[in-house]
Design a protein around this ligand. Structure first.
Ligand SMILES: [Zn+2]
Length: 295
């Protein structure tokens, strides 16, 4: 399980949410069999989604992040429920590109530096809230920061990191989101910038044994931080046979009939977790009946 900690400054002007998402990024790598650079990219997006999701505080609500850049990885998707449990998918899981100029995995090279980040928030209302911003760096953390500045007018600092072992497993992953709330003072901004300026990278902190709670305390140093809650989150898929049936019915009568006539059985794989759902010809016939009833 990943550990997520929410904290707030004594004066209520600054909040910080931090996560050790090593288990989430590791699970994503196992499911999608990503190359190192894509493991880092998808791990960062999932980490951001979990940090954003836990702030919704309602399990039924969700946020979908769609990062569509012009790089070789193609579309990356991360979906979180309102408690920070996430799932994700990537168009091209295997992208082999050289390290960047800093000797790090070239996430921006895989994602692309042009394109868009869209954020769809389903808060149980009639229509979801949709915000979209252009990609500013492709490194993802800066793109999340930019989204909050432009779409939600919330000054935000975001850091995300994924460290991949030579055998392609995930060594560490994590991140934090620090935000200024209305009423934050000028000196709060200066202090926050100083604190963050002193921090090592998230993956360095985590591999040194620093916890998510420690990261909150470091980001909010001098603010007398209060820990609001510590929660466990995980890579969790919400697929079910019923949902796959609904999806099959929605493809329409003609396509369903054709499928039934041509195939002995059909296998549908969930994009997010790889789970296989098998439908026999008889299963398809029953779905076709349901589709016909719907008109
Ligand atoms: Zn699934």
């Amino acid at each position: 399980m990943a550990t997520l900690v929410r904290s707030i400054s004594q004066n209520g002007g600054v909040i910080c949410t931090a996560i050790d998402s090593t288990d989430i990024a590791a699970k994503a790598e196992q499911i999608h069999k990503t190359s190192a650079t894509v493991t880092a990219a998808l791990g960062r997006l999932l980490t951001a989604a979990s940090l954003m999701g836990v702030m919704l505080k309602n399990e039924e609500h969700s946020i979908t992040l769609r990062l569509q850049g012009d790089g070789p990885a193609g579309l990356l998707i991360a979906v979180t429920d309102g408690l920070g449990n996430v799932r994700g998918d990537v168009e091209n899981p295997v992208v082999e590109i050289p390290l960047n100029g800093l000797g790090k995995l070239d996430v921006a090279g895989a994602v692309g530096r042009n394109g868009s980040l869209s954020v769809v928030k389903d808060l149980g209302l009639k229509d979801p809230y949709i915000g979209q911003v252009p990609i500013v760096s492709g490194e993802i953390a800066e793109d999340i920061t930019h989204y909050y500045a432009v779409s939600e007018q919330t000054p935000t600092v975001c850091a995300l990191g994924v460290l991949v072992n030579p055998d392609l497993t995930v060594k560490a992953a994590g991140g934090f989101l620090a935000q200024l709330l209305p009423g934050a003072a000028e000196e709060d901004i200066d202090r926050l910038e100083q604190n963050i300026g002193k921090l090592s990278s998230v993956t360095k902190l985590l591999t040194d044994g620093v916890s998510a709670e420690d990261i909150c305390r470091m980001v909010l140093e001098g603010f007398e931080p209060q820990i609001l809650e510590t929660v466990k989150t995980e890579y969790r898929c919400s697929c079910s046979r019923q949902r796959v049936e609904r999806a099959l019915i929605s493809i329409g009568k003609e396509d369903l009939r054709q499928m039934m006539e041509e195939e002995e059985s059909v296998e549908v794989n969930c994009h997010f977790c790889g789970k296989q759902y098998r439908f026999s010809r008889e299963d398809l016939r029953i779905l076709l009946e349901k589709a016909e009833k719907k008109g």
